[in-house]
Design a binder for this molecule. Structure first.
Ligand SMILES: *Cc1c(COP(=O)(O)O)cnc(C)c1O
Length: 383
């Protein structure tokens, strides 16, 4: 464990948690800063610590202003609703995007915005041509009106893939040429920045707004900062209040964010190296397969291949007994994320499980291990 963190092992039994980078607990420095934060009423706009955080994140992203919101989900919702403020609007988003899968369709159910999905390629991108084809190029009583394109960087469901600055620029140009806005769900934009060696400002230069998560790899307990123009943020601020996201002495949370910006960004390459090590280790296990070419940041998807006698659920359960927490992912995958509470030694410990546990039938006499997967386990999974 590095000097940044509080140990998560309680001394009794080693437990390492690879379920998500959302499990990260605030560092000792964050807790100290939170305890000592100067605060005031942020709904009145006078919390000095919050104002400093919003300014810092906006500056790093190269935008005029920032707004702290309680979650990435609220950040994306507000951004979409501000850009699509006229009823009957449509947003073009990736089929594999977080907004599409994990935000309860809030843009539709709460905002009346129609999502038009385009398929993501395996590398997280989508084809400019497909996006252009999806834009409603004329006003027609049959059509909603396209107002916005959303990208996600890193693209989580595609394996934490990074979108390059040049790629993003092309979408900025496309959006501009049709009078549309561009929003980036940048929950892990710092991971992309570190992995590509490109500043976040450059990566999001073409975007009108970006939501930046502080509570994933950056380890704060709460919060996302939405950035954009002054005009955009003024509207976003009104919507945040309507959605119940206005908070009072919230400098306590901003103080953790300021520590995150100072301490937690440059070290993300450690998480990426640990993810690679984990990916290589899992890929070497018979019965698992990892596409090494897609491991760019801190997310690893391991496919449980047909020749494994265990299902993803059984592997995750057995791993848990060993002291390793991971997630099943869909029907045939296991998902592992690295973050600041995971050391190289933790990765080696997690992999050591497979030295004693074979996923191959030939090595097992036990009939419970060599059973076939049930129909229920093979049924489609809805997220
Ligand atoms: C986690 C995440 C969000 C939303 O975050 P919450 O704070 O959990 O609402 C949005 N987009 C992406 C890509 C994410 O990974």
């Amino acid at each position: 464990m590095g000097s940044l963190g509080d140990s998560i092992s309680n001394g009794a039994r080693r437990v390492v948690d690879f379920r998500s980078d959302t499990v990260t607990k605030p560092t000792a420095a964050m807790r100290a800063a939170m305890a000592n934060a100067e605060v005031d009423d942020d709904i009145l706009g006078v919390d000095p610590t919050m104002n400093e955080l919003q300014k810092q994140v906006a500056t790093v992203m190269g935008k005029e202003a920032g707004l702290f919101v309680p979650s990435g989900t609220m950040g994306n919702l507000i951004a979409v609703l501000v850009h699509c403020e006229v009823r009957g609007s449509e947003v073009i988003i990736g089929e594999e995007s977080h907004i599409m899968h994990y935000e309860q369709g809030g843009i539709s159910t709460l905002g009346g915005v129609h999502p038009r999905t385009v398929p993501n390629n395996a590398d997280g991108t989508f084809d400019l041509k497909k996006v252009e084809a999806a834009i409603r190029y004329e006003l027609d009583d049959h059509f909603p009106i396209t107002r916005l394109i959303c990208l996600e960087n890193t693209q989580a469901r595609c394996g934490g893939r990074c979108l390059s600055a040049e790629y993003t620029d092309k979408f900025g140009e496309l959006a501009k040429s049709y009078g549309l806005k561009l929003h980036i769900d940048g929950a892990r934009i710092f991971n992309a920045s570190i992995a590509l060696g490109v500043t976040p400002e450059r990566l999001v230069r073409a975007a009108d707004s970006v939501s930046v998560c502080l509570s994933k790899g950056l380890a704060t307990p709460v919060g996302t900062v939405l950035v954009g123009s002054k005009e955009f943020i003024t509207k976003a601020r009104r919507l945040r209040k309507a959605l119940g996201g206005g908070m009072r002495q919230v400098g306590i949370l901003a103080a953790a964010g300021l520590v995150a910006m100072r301490d937690m960004v440059d070290r993300l390459n450690v998480d990426h190296a640990n993810a690679k090590l984990m990916a290589e280790g899992l890929n070497a296990v018979k019965g698992l397969r990892v596409d090494m070419s897609i491991v760019e940041t801190n997310i690893v998807y391991a496919e449980v291949t047909d020749d494994s006698v265990l299902t993803p659920k059984e592997i995750v359960e057995a791993w848990k007994e060993y002291g390793v927490l991971a997630m099943t992912w869909g029907r045939n995958m296991i998902r592992v994320l690295t973050h600041y509470q995971i050391t190289e030694d933790d990765v080696l410990f997690a992999l050591s499980f497979f030295k004693t546990t074979s996923l191959q039938a030939a090595n097992h006499k036990s009939s419970t291990l060599s059973r076939k997967r049930t129909a229920a386990e093979l049924a489609p999974v809805y997220y």
